[in-house]
Ligand binder design. Structure first.
Ligand code: B1M
Length: 214
């Protein structure tokens, strides 16, 4: 019987780690690709969690429990995503900007990029501009994806772009930005190369930025 990815999403929403992991394994056994499991199961579930939090139907502990279930599933899928790629379609450095510790959305974006053939260098959270610059120089990546979830850390995105400019490497990389408070308007204002509202759009944008999609 085909695994219902909505059931996986429902278990993520409820934070039921065991059943979520089981459904992830079952879906893989039945030949469902990791990308579909991420987008129709994990991201679909986390999107509902975000919505319920906005409406005050969920509080932070429920979000964290859902994220824990999601991470347990991601642990299973990540090695498969890494194995599946033949030659990376591009290299992306990703990180949450300085002062900001939110990483659930950033991790989803990283996973989706990997699932779509990108090599991803994940610098984690609270990443200072200098660290992005060092990573550009070390890895030769052509895209940087910046995440911010706090209005107070959004200026870190502009600081990073300014620092790339000052270090003489701005022309080597495209900068894309995202995170709940970020908008296209803000992206335009700070001179980023693009904004993506969610993980799936981030993949589409990355493809455009590396020149494999229009
Ligand atoms: Co925080 N928090 N938090 N928090 N937290 C928010 C963001 C907040 C909106 C809650 C609220 O008050 N309503 C609020 C920010 C208000 C504001 O600035 N406007 C807030 C606050 C205030 C804080 C603290 C300051 C609380 C405090 O201590 N007083 C504190 C700050 C800590 C810090 O960072 N220095 C804090 C702490 C935390 C926890 C540690 C408890 C935890 C984070 C755990 C973790 O990430 N490991 C946490 C959480 C979980 C949240 C909420 C509840 C959920 C965020 C989340 O994971 N959403 C959040 C409320 C909310 O968003 N409704 C909130 C699910 C995730 C899948 O969505 O991250 O939006 P999201 O990612 C999406 C897109 O945005 C996009 O794609 C993702 C998938 O589709 N995207 C990108 C994200 N990054 C991208 C990068 C890209 C492209 C797309 O690159 C191109």
């Amino acid at each position: 019987m085909a695994v219902d990815l909505q059931a996986l999403a429902d278990n993520i929403i409820k934070g039921k780690k065991g059943p979520a992991v089981e459904l992830t394994r079952e879906a893989l056994d039945e030949g469902v690709g990791p990308e579909a499991i991420i987008s129709d199961g994990l991201i679909a579930g986390m999107a509902v969690v975000g919505e319920r939090f906005k409406k005050n139907e969920f509080y932070v502990p429920e979000v964290l429990i859902a994220a824990r279930a999601m991470h347990a599933c991601m642990d299973i899928l990540k090695p498969l995503l890494e194995e599946s790629g033949v030659k990376p379609v591009g290299k992306v450095i990703i990180g949450t900007v300085k002062g900001d510790l939110h990483d659930i959305g950033k991790n989803l974006v990283a996973m989706m990029l990997q699932g779509n053939g990108f090599e991803v260098v994940d610098l984690g959270v609270d990443v200072a501009p200098e660290k992005f610059i060092d990573s550009v120089k070390e890895t030769g990546a052509t895209v940087i994806a910046l995440s911010a979830l706090l209005t107070t850390t959004m200026p870190g995105m502009k600081q990073t772009i300014d620092a790339l400019q000052a270090a003489g490497v701005r022309d080597n990389v495209k900068v894309m930005i995202g995170g709940a408070p970020v908008t296209q308007k803000f992206s335009d204002e700070i001179g980023a190369d693009g904004y993506a509202p969610d993980a799936a759009s981030a993949v589409d944008l990355a493809k455009v930025l590396v020149g494999i999609a229009a």
